[in-house]
Design a protein around this ligand. Structure first.
Ligand code: FAD
Ligand code: UDP
Length: 361
């Protein structure tokens, strides 16, 4: 009899496995349907020896000191400040929009004050009810159309006006020359990669790991006291209340026989290309090698569920699932898919640590 069956060996599942085994002495069975641990943060070496992020660039950033210190028990960090460029009107521009972006785009020499005046004359007074409002109310329609409109339609398959404000609110507008993508206090990449970090988390005699195993295959066979589910919450309930939409991605990897392919880790394409961005992860990992691997991200409606879609009707459907979940005893849902929330890695670890505290002995 296991004390806990944990479904999913991503950051949520592995944080809980580590805490429960290490601190509470619980016997944990961790079940993962993929052939590897670390969930979407999984990284590995490709056949040219380049360390790649298999499911898109994963940049760790947080202001949550406790989460940073918790993960730091299992890894040292390669300090890296993430930068993104975007391909607009035939130029590579810094993104999020800052002073340099506008000066380069319009051949101007704005200062912080004149940038405010410039945007004040363009922005529209709107309450930020959806993601389009968030951007148009800050920078106006023209810049919204150049930088956000098509990227968002590609990424989500729906316009920004149908997405909750929090999606585009992830992207700030800066009245200075700060070209960092994130402003958080702690930023970096695990020195030996995410997979190695997660391996260390679950390296414990009381944690048994089963890869290539779906929860459905073992749920009636293996006895357990409590269940922690980090897969899609609607899947757990057999889609009884309807399907929750997820956005997927197709990753197209290409090996390039030169040291670097592009000047930054991520270049966004908010325009006619079918892909949203090209990633060259070497910039972030700091790996030195004579070849490089890039990946183009093509958004898709079908496939692995990577992103919950933050729209009102989906949130309402999720709330119904959450109510059904609250009726169950000894079953807990956590993580990006379990909570149907657009969570970053640090937030997922935070949610897992919070659940651990709530679980009691
Ligand atoms: P997951 O990593 O999805 O893990 C869930 C696991 O459960 C999966 O391995 C899955 O195979 C398994 N599973 C599901 N159902 C079953 C089942 N029935 N039986 C067995 N196993 C099952 N966050 C950042 O902080 N910074 C970034 O730069 C960043 N970039 C991202 C880029 C992309 C393209 C994506 C998709 C996400 C990104 N994220 C980023 C978010 C990050 O991936 C998540 O916050 C985090 O990895 C989620 O962890 P999780 O454990 O909740 O879910
Ligand atoms: N976005 C955009 N243009 C860009 C980058 C982002 O319109 O060049 C929008 C898009 O809707 C995206 C959201 O902002 O989904 C959040 O971007 P982020 O880079 O945080 O997305 P993630 O890395 O999570 O895919």
């Amino acid at each position: 009899m296991f004390d806990y069956l944990i479904v999913g060996a991503g950051l949520a599942g592995c944080t809980l496995a580590e805490r429960l085994a290490n601190e509470r002495g619980a016997q944990v069975l961790l079940v993962e349907k993929r052939s590897h641990i670390a969930g979407n943060a999984y990284d590995c070496y490709d056949d040219k020896g380049v360390l790649i992020h298999r499911y898109g660039a994963h940049l760790f950033h947080t202001n949550d000191r406790d989460v940073f210190l918790y993960l730091s028990r299992f890894t040292d960090w390669h300090h890296y400040l993430h930068r993104v460029l975007t391909w607009v009107d035939g130029q590579l521009l810094p993104f999020p929009i800052n002073l340099d972006t506008l000066n380069q785009l319009y051949s101007l020499s704005l200062t912080a004050d004149t940038m405010r005046e410039f945007l004040n004359s363009r922005r529209e007074q709107r309450e930020a009810v959806n993601s389009e409002d968030v951007i148009v109310s800050q920078v106006g329609r023209e810049l919204y159309e150049k930088f956000f409109d098509r990227y968002t339609r590609k990424q989500w398959g729906i316009p920004a006006s149908d997405l909750e404000p929090e999606v585009c609110a992830r992207i700030p507008v800066r009245f200075n020359r700060d070209g960092r993508y994130f402003a958080d206090t702690y930023q970096g990449i695990p020195k030996q990669g995410y997979t190695r970090m997660v391996e260390r988390m679950i390296d414990h005699p009381k944690i048994k790991l089963m890869l290539n195993t779906d929860f459905a295959e073992i749920k009636d066979v293996i006895p357990f006291r409590r269940l922690i589910f980090t897969g899609p919450i609607d899947e757990y309930f057999g889609y009884a209340l309807g399907r929750l939409p997820y956005r997927s991605l197709r990753f197209e990897f290409e090996q390039v026989h030169q040291e670097y392919f592009q000047p930054a880790c991520v270049v966004n394409y908010p325009n006619e290309f079918d892909f949203t961005r090209i990633i060259e992860i070497k910039h972030a990992t700091g790996q030195r090698c004579p070849v490089t691997t890039i990946v183009r991200e093509y958004p898709a409606g079908e496939g692995e569920p990577y992103y919950p879609v933050p729209a009102r009707k989906n949130r309402e459907r999720y709330e119904q699932y959450a109510q059904a979940a609250a009726q169950l005893s000894d079953v807990y849902f956590v993580g990006r898919l379990g909570q149907y929330r657009y969570l970053n890695m640090d937030q997922v670890v935070r949610e897992a640590l919070n659940l651990y505290e709530r679980l009691g002995p």
